[in-house]
Design a protein. Structure first.
Length: 291
């Protein structure tokens, strides 16, 4: 049976944390026969009432379906849950958060046990699962055939974006986006800290920050183009020498406002190193190579 048949593909889901439970409810709503397993059986009770079959062991759960989805705590948990279980002929989709290296190793591990493997990086929080307009999606990498065979099932909880045969690419894309988000949050945190003790309402600064971050977002495309062309100096509006000089004002302002510059300093130090190496006419693209 596959997703092109009239009947919905049976799915086994290992792990019923917040994300696993959200996935389970979505697949049940979509009409997929679902077998679930969790180390703490009590978490499966509500899903049983919703129509899921609760397996007593991970072995029993895996035996119930060809398509097996893992959504556990970490990569080690996947290995522990599936240790000694026959995976021959199974399609294993790992939605457990992992690193690219862990995903590649897990793919080899699965192939060695006769299973096809697909790794996933979920770009959503549990409340977004099953709500198409929320915009959540999942990066997938590994077996293209597995992805194509089960695409409709994989798309039921959230959008599905395939990023390559390399099993590590889903985690790589996931972490790349999360890393950019972390840097953005650092900047927003520093901005709010600067006004915290002033007569400036955070709600008044918020829309200005949103607009500013959106406007600066176009620089992502320019950076990508420069990295691909190797030209870091043509049509540079604000070069590295200017930006490093301007950093002094940012630091003095932080000092005046009693705000620690610790979220800014690491990036500024990279800028200074690139400048000292003779790249003052570039924009900031060269910091990618410096890292």
């Amino acid at each position: 049976m596959d997703d092109n048949t009239f009947e919905k593909t049976p799915i086994t889901l290992l792990g019923l944390g917040a994300m696993g439970t959200a996935l389970a409810r979505t697949w049940l709503t979509a009409g997929h026969p679902l077998t679930v397993w969790n180390r703490t059986p009590a978490k499966a009770e509500q899903l049983a009432a919703a129509g899921a079959t609760v397996a007593r062991t991970a072995d029993e759960a895996v035996a119930a379906s060809r398509l097996v989805v893992a959504c556990l705590l970490d990569d080690a948990s996947v290995g522990e849950a599936l240790a000694g279980i026959d995976l021959h002929g199974k399609d294993l989709v790992n939605l457990t958060t992992s690193t690219p290296g862990e995903a590649r190793t897990r793919a080899e591990w699965a192939h060695g046990r006769g299973a096809r493997f697909l790794d996933g990086g979920i770009m959503a929080v549990p409340p977004m699962i099953g709500i198409r307009e929320a915009g959540g999606y999942v990066f997938y990498s590994g077996s293209r055939a597995l992805f194509d065979d089960h695409r409709s099932a994989l798309e039921a909880p959230a959008g599905a974006t395939y990023v390559g045969e390399d099993a590590g690419f889903a985690a790589l894309h996931d972490v790349a986006l999360l890393s950019a988000m972390t840097g953005m949050f650092a900047g927003v945190t520093h901005a709010f800290a600067l006004i915290r003790k002033e007569d400036v309402a955070p709600r008044d600064l918020a829309p200005l920050l949103v607009d500013w971050i959106g406007a600066m977002g176009s620089m992502v495309h320019l950076t990508a183009a420069r990295l691909e062309s190797g030209d870091y100096t043509s049509d540079v509006a604000s070069n590295l020498a200017m930006m490093v000089a301007g950093n002094a004002t940012l630091l003095r302002t932080a000092d005046e406002q009693g705000v620690s510059p610790e979220l800014l300093i690491p990036y500024m130090e990279l800028m200074e190193r690139r400048l000292e190496a003779g790249h003052g006419s570039e924009d900031g693209t060269g910091l990618v190579d410096l890292l």
